[in-house]
Design a protein around this ligand. Sequence first.
Ligand SMILES: [Zn+2]
Length: 224
Amino acid sequence: MFKALRCPVSLFLTTGPVVERQWFWGDYLDHALSRLPRPHVDIELVGMRVELTDPERRRRMGRQLRGALKLVPDDERRAVLADLARQAGVDATEAPSAPYRALEPVQVEQLAAEGVQFGAHTVTHPILSRCSAAVARWEITESVRIVGAMTGRPVTTFAYPNGMLHDYGAREVAVLGAIGVPVAVTTSRGRVVDTADRLRLPRLVFRADLGVMSRRVMGYPLSL
Ligand SMILES: [Zn+2]
């Protein structure tokens, strides 16, 4: 569809799931919760009891827990996940099952050959502002390096995981500037104007309502 409309398209790759067949941690959390043999689990770090009695409640509480884990230091988030996986008897080294699989490198190559532009989106999709400086730098530089190697082109765009104001900061912007990535996108809502900070670009969510979307693209106020 994009090709037929000659519409440029960018995909942002989290390189761990693509290259190493790793799980996205939110998916891994759902997977572990679905395998826990008990009716509830207490997550002391965030003061939450996750009820697992029925699938709907489990999914809802899983989403809440995922949100809570985005707010804690990243190594503590990793420790909670590892502990849940151990309790659930799931193995992080086992590749994700079908609904959770990311693009494969060969698909990335094919899409790149068809004109899709690929940007970087970290290695493991942590919330960068919750990481140490060294980890945040590695997540950015390593994903930029791998996406460049996979597509054979310089990487010119980056997307901050979660992308809200408190999810990244001047530190991440400086790393991108230092390694020569000229453009980065956030999830702050807004249009790009010519005075925009190119390493903190806002975005608009594409909704299925074409009327709303075409008004937005044409420049009507975002509230319409
Ligand atoms: Zn993401």
